[in-house]
Ligand binder design. Structure first.
Ligand SMILES: [Zn+2]
Length: 138
């Protein structure tokens, strides 16, 4: 399947965003498992000229269960250029970033999944400006 372009609308990210199905499933099931606590996962992937592909997730080395995204020490993450963003869950069900989320932006993409974490309907992906991006599951 081809990824969609996301540059329409001036979102400031002229790349297509593709997320592998396994990544979506891992994020949803991790969030379900930790609910009502917040889950945090690092997004790994590849960035090419026209495309960002998210192809793996990683449990952050410093994560302790019960850490919230806002309390998570992103600045202490090891430098790994395959980490292209962070996914976290919103047990409250709010499918939008908080102000703190936007201030804590790490990498190129922020993925938020909101309760009930059932499908991609419960997922948004944002750019650094906090704008939701179209993405394609591959
Ligand atoms: Zn959040």
């Amino acid at each position: 399947m081809k990824c969609k372009w996301v540059n329409e609308g001036g979102f400031g990210l002229d790349k297509a965003v593709c997320v592998e199905r396994e990544v979506v499933d891992s994020i949803l099931s991790h969030a379900q498992m930790l609910h009502p606590r917040e889950s945090i996962l690092l997004l790994k992937g590849k960035v090419s000229k026209h495309k960002i592909t998210v192809n793996d997730v990683l449990i952050p080395p410093l994560a302790t269960h019960g850490n919230t995204f806002s309390a998570f020490p992103l600045s202490r993450l090891p430098i790994d250029f395959s980490v292209i963003g962070v996914a976290h869950s919103h047990p409250s069900g709010a499918l939008r970033p908080s102000v703190t989320d936007l201030n804590k932006f790490y990498g190129r993409l922020m993925l938020i999944t909101a309760y009930p974490y059932k499908s991609e309907q419960n997922i948004i992906i944002l750019n650094r400006q906090g704008k939701p991006l179209n993405y394609t599951i591959v």
